[in-house]
Design a protein around this ligand. Structure first.
Ligand code: ADP
Length: 638
């Protein structure tokens, strides 16, 4: 049959370029990647065969076979798993299916120049091109008769051809090794790599003697083939027998991960329901953490047989950073996807596992707060989703939550916050926004800073959603400093000195002038703001915007607008600082001369200033520039 030439997806080409030219010294990981793929392929067929036994009937002993051919300078990795047809080959070995691909390639490009950290990113199948200048894949999908061959030198293109020379079932990957990679033709070298990285693989990995390495791999196994791994599912083995290295390699395999696990949980539960779990929390943020599907990544096994990596009810979305397996004795092997839905057994396992994981996180938070902070910085935004999704665990999750605050650079817990509340303070104050630096400079914080009242600085979009759902912590309501009144007057603080009181007295005196100014500004800006009022929360700035008690928080409104979920803005309240020299002067001017064109311009400039402070676009930038220029010109000519 004729050969078809196809191009790699652009990202793959860029990736292959990096891979082929990489100075990465740990090239041996290519074998771990290929073995990992082969093992997944066997797992997938084993599961498919539960409902369609014909698929694996002819050969149900799953295995991975390595074969060396010193003459041809090739190494073959073969499996009798699910296999790939033409469509699969093109889709799987021509593109990168994972979400966040572009970010992923960019990240590699960034780090590759300096450190060659390719091993941290998992280039999967494509890592074959670190050691080979030509790769041939031939495959026959379980249940199909036609075999297919995929060939590439990793330079932009690959060919796909129908072939008779494919394994009876499964996939055979042959690497023609580069000159600088000939050490992988040594059996001893392969043994060492398999023991290091792939011992945990639960099906046998066999090494065929060289004489047989001529295309039969993946077909019959020769009696002389040497078994290279222990092939026992790692989670079934006693903890004491498993080394940290072995745990780590399993984590890399099961999680498609390349970092150190931050936390490992290995447990066996016996009793009414029996199950074993081996779960890991990564130490770095996976690229697809915020993928819209929010799928968790824990695989479900039944009696050591892989069932699915797509059992939604096994774990809640807010624990989707977990990697690993849950293996239960109590479900039938032939369980279908439909039977897994609303399955009471799964629900019970899920509940218990969630409790266990959260309990373990709590211990980490107490024992090693700094280490926990690293975890929280990676996954806190995901955990917070649980605050509104899982009301059953809400108290526990609030206990686990950490925040940046105006009290310092570190993370604080809500318990810390309560402990520092001031006399008369009834609420937990917070402000939400896009980043800490601009938040910390928000004018709305000035009054709180003056009284040394701590404010939580929240920058995760999810904060806007859990806060209204949760409402309060230990009966103290959460209150945004950019919404409604502040109650600042009622809170006593160490900073409340005589000077402060005197200033308040002055404010009383000027109340009349201020009222006139407020009325004037309100009239001028009546189409743009909901209200204008004197502010309790400002000490330095002249103005700020706040939302009315019942209205959307300013930051939430911005998020909704960015996502096209909100068109009209709720009008804000403009607060003016009665103690600010500018406001005082304006109040005097309104008293002296009433309305006037320059006062109107001043009112508009006040609103524009408040918008700029809020990081918002101006409604009329040209008008702003004109008014500003006029005022500057006037003051310069005075
Ligand atoms: P990953 O394994 O991280 O998804 P890879 O680039 O290693 O990425 O592989 C891409 C896809 O190709 C896999 O997800 C799988 O669907 C398919 N694949 C790779 N190797 C095999 C194999 N030996 N048998 C069947 N499918 C395979």
């Amino acid at each position: 049959m004729s050969e078809e030439k196809l191009s790699f997806q652009a990202e793959v080409s860029r990736l292959l370029d990096i891979v082929a030219n990489s100075l990465y010294s740990n090239k041996e990981i290519f074998l771990r990647e290929l073995i990992s793929n082969a093992s997944d392929a066997c797992d997938r067929l084993r599961y498919a065969a539960i409902t369609q036994p014909d698929l694996s009937a002819e050969d149900s002993d799953f295995r991975i076979t390595l074969a060396l051919d010193k003459k041809a300078k090739s190494l073959t990795v073969a499996d009798n798993g699910i296999g790939m047809n033409r469509g699969d080959l093109v889709a799987n070995l021509g593109t990168i299916a994972r979400s966040g691909t572009a970010a992923f390639v960019e990240e590699i490009e960034k780090t590759e120049g300096s450190l060659g950290l390719i091993g941290q990113f998992g280039v999967g199948f494509y890592s074959a091109f670190m050691v080979a200048d030509r790769v041939e894949v031939s495959s026959r999908k379980a249940g199909e008769t036609q075999g297919w061959s995929w060939v590439s030198d990793g330079k932009g293109e690959f060919t796909v051809t129908a072939t008779e020379d494919a394994p009876a079932r499964g996939t055979r990957v042959t690497l023609y090794l580069r000159k600088d990679a000939k050490d992988f033709l040594e059996a001893a070298r392969l043994r060492q790599i398999v023991t290091t990285y792939s011992d945990h693989i639960a099906i046998p990995i066999l090494l065929e003697p060289d004489a047989k390495a001529d295309g039969e791999a993946g077909g019959e196994t020769g009696g002389e083939a040497e078994r290279m791994n222990s092939a026992a599912a790692i989670w079934t083995r006693p903890k004491s027998e498993i080394t940290d290295e072995q745990y780590k390699e399993f984590y890399h395999h099961v999680g498609h991960a390349f970092d150190e696990p931050w936390l490992k949980l290995h447990f066996k539960v016996e009793g009414v329901i029996e199950y074993t779990g081996l779960l890991f929390v990564p130490s770095t943020k996976p690229f697809d953490l915020f993928d819209p599907t929010r799928k968790h990544r824990v695989k479900l096994y039944v009696k050591r047989v892989f069932i699915t990596d797509d059992c939604e009810e096994l774990l809640p979305s807010y624990l989707r950073f977990l990697r690993g397996v849950i293996d239960t004795e109590d479900l039938p092997l032939n369980i279908s996807r439909e039977m897994l839905q609303h399955n009471p057994m799964i629900a019970k396992i899920s509940n218990a596992v969630v409790k266990r994981v959260l309990g373990e996180l709590k211990k980490k938070a107490q024992k090693t707060p700094e280490d926990y902070a690293a975890f929280w910085n990676n996954f806190g935004a995901v955990i917070k989703e649980g605050l509104y999704e899982d009301s059953g665990q809400r108290e526990v999750l609030l206990g686990l939550a950490r925040f940046r605050s105006t009290a310092g650079d570190g993370l604080v817990s809500l318990a810390d916050y309560l402990g520092r509340m001031k006399e008369g303070q009834e609420s937990i104050f917070y402000i939400t926004g896009d980043d800490f630096d601009s938040l910390a400079k928000s004018p709305q914080l000035e009054g709180f800073a003056a009284k040394d009242i701590e404010v939580l600085l929240l920058t995760d979009p999810v904060d806007e959603f859990w806060l209204p759902a949760v409402g309060a912590f230990e009966n103290k309501p959460f209150k945004s400093v950019t919404r409604g009144g502040t109650d600042l007057g009622r809170i006593k603080a160490a900073g409340d000195t005589a000077a402060g009181t005197a200033a308040d007295g002055e404010v009383q005196e000027q109340a009349a002038g201020l009222n006139a100014l407020v009325a004037f500004v309100k009239l001028t800006l009546k189409d743009e703001v909901k209200d204008v009022r004197g502010s309790e929360r400002l000490t330095e700035s002249a103005v700020c915007l706040v939302a009315d008690e019942g209205d959307l928080d300013i930051h939430l409104e911005r998020i909704l607008k960015q996502h096209g979920q909100l068109n009209a803005a709720a009008h804000r309240i403009l607060e003016v600082n009665p103690k600010h020299p500018l406001i005082r002067r304006l109040a005097e001017r309104v008293g002296e001369s009433g309305a006037g064109e320059d006062l109107e311009a001043a009112a508009r400039l006040l609103l524009d200033q408040a918008r700029i402070l809020e990081g918002e676009p101006l409604a009329d930038p040209a008008g702003f520039a004109k008014r500003m220029s006029e005022i500057m010109a006037r003051s310069l000519s005075e």
